[in-house]
Every structure is written in C-alpha cells, then in structure tokens.
Design a protein around this ligand. Structure first.
Ligand code: URA
Ligand code: URA
Length: 311
C-alpha cells in the first residue's frame, strides 16, 4: 500500500473516530463510494498521489525522502500509469470515493448535531413541558423527495416519530403507491413538538403563528442539509410554514410552488382524506403525487396513472 494512500486512509479513520466520539452512529455511503474503496490498493493510480505529494511545498518525511534518492531503486511511481495519467489533474477513483465518504460523514454529523439541538430545545416552555418526545424527522437524509406535515399528534409524541398514527399509515400507503418506501423519503413537520391542549384529555390543535416561527428554522436547516429535489407540503399549515402563504389549500394544491429554489407541491393532508373519503379527493392527492413523480423522473406505470379513476 502506498504511503499517500495510507495517509488518506488514516485521515478518514480519524475523521470517523471523531464523528463517533460526537455521537454519530450512522453514515450514508453511496454504493459507488463503497465499490471504489473496495478496489485493491495496488490498482490505484499511485502516480497521481505521488505527483500531488510532490506538488506540496511541505517536505516528505525524512525516511521517505532519503529512500527515494537511493539511485537505482525502483520507486512506486515507476510501476504505475502512463505519463499522461500522472500529469492530469483528475482525482483517482479512490480519492473521489474518500472525498464522497467524508462529505457524507460531514452531512451525517451536521444532521446529528441539528437533531441534538432540536431534542434539547425549550424555546416554547409550555410545549417542552407537555411533550413526551421531540419529533425531529425520519427517513433518508439523502432523499430526493421530502414530505412536510403540520405537527406531531398523540401517537407521534408517544413514539418520537412523525406520521405513525392513522394519517401516517395513509401517508405510508401513498408513498408505497409511488414505488418508494418510508425509508427512501424524508418526513418532517413544521413543529417538532406536539401542540399542547391544557385541560383536555384528547384532541389536537393547530400550531400558533408564534410556535411556527420559533420552530421552523429547524426545518429550514433539515431541508438545507437534505437538499431534496421535490418537497410535498401536506396541508395548509405546511404551506404556511414553508412559504408564508395563507391562500387556501384547495386553491393552491396541484400548482407547483418554489421553496428557496426547490419545487414544492402543495397537497391535502392525509388526515383530510381520512375525514373525506370521496374518490375525487383521493384522486386529487394522487395527481399531485404523479406530478411529484414526474418532476423526479420516476417511472410511472399505466396502472399508477389510473389510480382512483372511476372505471
Ligand atoms: N399529522 C401531521 O401533520 N404530522 C404528523 O407527524 C402526524 C400527523
Ligand atoms: N394509494 C393509497 O392507498 N391512497 C392514496 O391516497 C394514494 C395512493
């Protein structure tokens, strides 16, 4: 194994150890990264590393510099690629794999740190007091599709996960109907805490404008890190929280909006579909999902196109 490769590897291991010490338990790694890293070290274009090391003004470690001066000893660079490969500025597959791995680890670390801040938040004293759990979000931080709801309900507060109650089960079925699963997308809410209902044993209430303003920066940061290609806003509160628009959801749904450059599709909240079982309303939500799928260039079957159309 070349010294420069070992240096890269050591730096990567150190980085992982420091993430672990900061409480990061998972890193998302692209399959191409893993494949490139799994190549045997001898096949790496070592010349590239050597050329880069030699460009650095910093001197090589003593022993190494001396060894390479020993006259007729073949150095590693001699074993490697044609001169053209040694001089081009392209990074090797391993360098780029390690870079990808490090940026994936940085993203995971930033996301974990954000979660920590949200879990410790007490900016709404009444909600911090009444909540069982802060409901941060769930899914893949590399998701192309992100769903945003309103606020945790009783089930979500209990389990610390968004959309696990009745509305969540319907949302899961909608996601499955697109060919994706809950694990492929990211799901979060405008509010991370359940709106309290003092003196009531059941029921939900809408978040107040003050609560939304206080909490929505966490969501903005989640979106900034995930950088989804499409956001689906579930219901009027999600649209209001993200876009500041208070136009009715019946007017807005089905029409593309933009959240800081990201296409956003407003649609009905699944809880609304549970209250209104009309086929026409299911079809409307489904048409919004079809539009999202098209935007993501997902394959759409004839059967999928015809969901909730009367025979
Ligand atoms: N309704 C929402 O808006 N969000 C949840 O997480 C659950 C129900
Ligand atoms: N599949 C369902 O089960 N429900 C929807 O609303 C859309 C697709």
């Amino acid at each position: 194994m070349s010294d420069s490769y070992r240096q890269l590897l050591d730096a990567t291991i150190q980085h992982v150890e420091s993430l672990k010490a900061r409480g990061v338990r998972h890193v998302a790694v692209a399959p191409e990264t893993l494949r490139a890293l799994a190549q045997p070290a001898a096949k790496f274009p070592i010349a590239n590393y050597q050329a880069q090391v030699e460009k650095q003004p910093a001197p090589l470690p003593e022993g190494l510099a001396k060894k390479s001066e020993i006259g007729n000893r073949k150095s590693e660079t001699d074993l490697s690629l044609p001169a053209s490969a040694a001089t081009n500025n392209d990074v090797s597959p391993v360098q780029s794999a390690i870079r990808n791995l490090q940026s994936a680890m940085d993203k995971s670390a930033a996301f974990a740190a954000l979660r920590e801040r949200a879990l410790a938040c007490v900016k709404c004293p009444n909600l911090a007091e009444s909540r069982k759990n802060v409901v941060f979000g769930v899914g893949s931080i590399d998701a192309q599709l992100m769903f945003v709801g309103e606020a945790p309900g009783v089930d979500e507060d209990e389990q610390g996960e968004p959309f696990v109650g009745a509305a969540g089960q319907l949302l899961a079925r909608i996601i499955l109907a697109t060919g994706l699963s809950r694990a492929d997308v990211y799901i979060a809410n405008i509010l991370k805490c359940r709106p309290d209902t003092p003196g009531q044993s059941a029921g939900n209430r809408k978040p107040t404008p003050a609560e939304m303003q206080t909490c929505v920066p966490f969501l903005h940061e989640q979106i900034d890190l995930i950088r989804p290609k499409v956001i689906v806003a579930l219901g009027a509160t999600a649209v209001e929280g993200l876009l500041g628009k208070t136009v009715g959801i019946t007017k807005l749904r089905g029409h593309w909006q933009t959240y800081r450059g990201t296409p956003l599709m407003p649609t009905y909240h699944p809880a609304y579909l549970l209250r209104n079982q009309a086929m026409s309303e299911k079809r409307r939500v489904w048409e919004d999902m079809l539009a999202a799928m098209e935007k993501l260039e997902m394959p759409i079957s004839e059967k999928q196109r015809n969901f909730f159309l009367k025979a």
